[in-house]
Design a protein. Sequence first.
Length: 70
Amino acid sequence: MKESTLILTYAGMGLAVMMLGMIVFIQGTILEHPEQQAKLGQRVRTIGTGLFAIGVAYVIGCLAMAIAQH
């Protein structure tokens, strides 16, 4: 398998982490609406934001490596 294909495969995995983070963030926003669950919703949103940020950084890193190899 070519290295560029492998790097783009990892970038796809990073995109999956980004989407997972966005879904978790949206769930946290939904959980926040009942006032009793505000703290839980904030924690879930924080986890979602973290996953999204990790996914973005991973995708940018993979794409930068793919561009550098060409």
